[in-house]
Design a binder for this molecule. Sequence first.
Ligand code: DOR
Ligand code: ZN
Length: 473
Amino acid sequence: MDALTPDGTRSGADADLVVEGGRLVTPDGVRDGAVVVRNGRVDALPDAGAPLPAGPRLDAAGRYVLPGLIDSHVHFRTPGLEYKETWEHGSAAALAGGVTTVVDMPNTRPPSLDPHSVRAKAALIAGRSRVDHRFHIGADPDRPHLLADLAPDIATSAKIFMAGHHTAPVVFRDEEQLDAAFAAAARGGVRLVLHAEDQHVFDLLDTRQPDPASYREYEAHRPRSGGIVAVARVVQLVRTHGTRTHVLHVSSAEEADLLTAAAGEGLPITFEVTGHHLSFTDADTARRGPRTRLSPAIRSSRDQERLWQAVLEGEAATLGSDHAPHTVEEKNRPPAQAPPGLPGVQELATAVWTGMLSRGTPPDAAAAHLARLMGAGPARLFDLPGKGRLVPGADADLALLDPDTRWQFSAAHVASRCGWSAYEGWLFTGRFTTVLASGRVVWDVRTGVSGHPAGRWLASAATASDEQTEVTR
Ligand code: DOR
Ligand code: ZN
């Protein structure tokens, strides 16, 4: 047994693994160095050239070493909708996209609207996930008070749908319900994550426009006004109650402006941008149809540019995939009946990497953006200690990214159960080559997933470690 150093690490011992020769993406900067792994954690991050302990080697030459990425917005469809996605498929897709931790949404069948259903969902997932996970509980318009005493080991964030669509389980339609939920969440220290589109705006517009007959009409059918009205209401609610609030899948320039201004005022409000709102425009939806039918809709190239600005200038706090698979048959229904949503946990980081490089972002800066928006940002908002930051003491979850490879994405690459992607045919720049979870290689570009699914339900930072064992399996 080797001596313990003052910070608790073992000195002189062989490492369990040394990832060497890579370019480390740390919160303090991007530099050449090695990752020394012991007991499933990052033990040290020596500079290039510094002496390294003995132990097995993993060559990361020519690659960025990112913290295992976090996707804080996935719909993995358990329980009840496993014909669209399973945790086996979804978590394999995550690994192929450099993602080792996900936060899953509650709009399942039945939805997870209370602690009991969250526990039941975790039990169904146990032994099936290759990624660590937490859950957003669903806020229930009929029981908003549940948020006031939600135990943090169950969830520290709750989803509110302000507009309905095919897969929204419950919708907050009236003012009192929303007000009660914001008040209860503030009391319980729960972060609200919001689908912020206003159902009343859409209902009103529907009285004078029929259901869209083609995808050319889809964006105008669910226009930006719905998002702008909802975001303005949310800002007012945050002002009143002080509730910590994260607005999901922001789709328009106006919403990004409002939310950036509100955060500038000091309100505890943040927002997410999705890969698909950065990658596609309404012209793609008009031309290619159902695959980019989404809620909120994908908007104009002007909006797309504003969202890129939010990502690159640090206004957005997270990137999320809104991984929302549906079957090909469902997506090919007539526009009024086709469900909104696309898979994306596998494509998100690679698509954004491709977009950043094509916009001229230097690779080191692009790597730092990914580590912030899919690492430190979501780890902070969603209470994921040990995740999202490449620092000593963190879980040894690592994503190795070859920054330059150009390759064509096709349906054959898709790991999601749905079997299709809106990115089929895209020429990506950059490719994940190796992904580690707790110091073990769990995915490799040549051989795919390895080992048994060892993903854990993560207890929150607010939970004592002895309780953690109880809730994790
Ligand atoms: O397009 C969407 N699909 N937006 C959502 O908010 C939900 C999602 C789904 O679950 O299919
Ligand atoms: Zn979603």
